[in-house]
Design a protein around this ligand. Structure first.
Ligand code: GDP
Length: 298
């Protein structure tokens, strides 16, 4: 296991207690430890550099507090800064003012979209909504069936192409689902889309065509936290290729340190809105910046 930032700083600051203010040398030593801790948490290097510079700036101006020792104080600065960048308060879903709210999911194959679609539908139900799941991932042979299985688990209906009908036309399915939702008074439509194993122009074009057809209120980019630094490249590609309003991190039950959350937020400016943390339908929650900050630091 890695030493936590608190441990590292405690070591750095062993002889520091009682000084009125952190010296430039103290701040440099601190910056080095923060840099290592963030890199170990899988934060991308340019984001680490920017972050460390901001923390250095803040640390320079601070009096060493009476209540906290210098290490605790720096950890607090780093923690506060992380929470601020990760979005402060949780960003909530925006619902349509009239007609069904459309939420579209985009991301690579294997990111956890199909699982997430059902988890989100269950969560929406718990918020008093009446969701409809839409199987517009017609790329992967089992995706429609998988969504149906998951839809059954959470008691949410799935709109899918009839066998032999609409296959290969995800845009048509997505468009038709809106009519279905209006007719049957579903108030949130969650559209699952196809991913590929890697970033691919066809996949982006298809997702963009679905987006244009259904004009989502929210496009959510779904990304596996376990892919570490690659998450940032993928996030940027989807931002350019499809565009999105928020991010969902999946597989947080693994041992990913969570650096992806910080990198994505910092580089794309888009908030992480939800977190998925397991194979069970209830392993899902709105994203808590403060919890992620602790995960990155501990
Ligand atoms: P999609 O290709 O993006 O639709 O991804 P899937 O929803 O099919 O998920 C890919 C695999 O990851 C499946 O085996 C899921 O059971 C698994 N999975 C999805 N979300 C999570 C999660 O939060 N934690 C874990 N451990 N596994 C997950």
């Amino acid at each position: 296991m890695f030493a936590t930032l608190s441990d590292r700083l405690a070591e750095t600051f062993k002889n520091l207690r009682g000084k009125g203010r952190l010296s430039e040398a103290d701040i440099d030593a601190t910056a080095r430890e923060i840099r290592i801790a963030l890199l170990e948490a899988d934060v991308a290097l340019p984001v680490v550099k920017e972050f460390v510079a901001a923390v250095k700036e803040r640390a320079r101006g601070e009096e060493v507090s009476q209540a906290l020792n210098p290490a605790q104080q720096v950890v607090k600065i780093v923690n506060d800064e992380l929470v601020t960048i990760l979005g402060g308060e949780t960003r909530r879903l925006r619902y349509a003012k009239s007609g069904p709210t459309v939420i579209m999911l985009a991301g690579l194959q294997g990111a956890g979209k199909t699982t997430l679609a059902a988890k989100l539908a269950l969560w929406l139900k718990e918020q008093g909504k009446s969701p409809l799941l839409v199987a517009a991932d017609l790329q992967r042979p089992n995706a429609v069936q998988q969504l149906q299985v998951n839809g059954d688990k959470v008691g949410v209906p799935v709109f899918a192409p009839e066998p032999g009908n609409g296959v290969g036309d995800p845009v048509g399915v997505a468009r038709a689902s809106l009519e279905e939702a209006k007719r049957k008074l579903y108030d949130v439509v969650v559209v699952d889309t196809a991913g590929r194993l890697g970033v691919d122009a066809d996949m982006m074009a298809q997702a963009a065509a679905i987006r244009d057809a259904v004009e989502p209120d929210e496009v959510l980019f779904v990304v596996d936290a376990m892919i570490g630094q690659d998450a940032l490249t993928t996030a940027q590609a989807f931002l350019d290729g499809v565009g999105y309003d928020g991010v969902v991190l999946t597989k947080l039950d693994g041992d990913a340190r969570g650096g992806a959350a910080l990198s994505i937020r910092q580089v794309t400016g888009k908030p992480v809105m939800f977190a998925s943390s397991g194979e069970k339908m209830t392993d899902f929650d709105v994203f808590h910046p403060d919890r992620m900050a602790s995960r990155i630091l501990d």
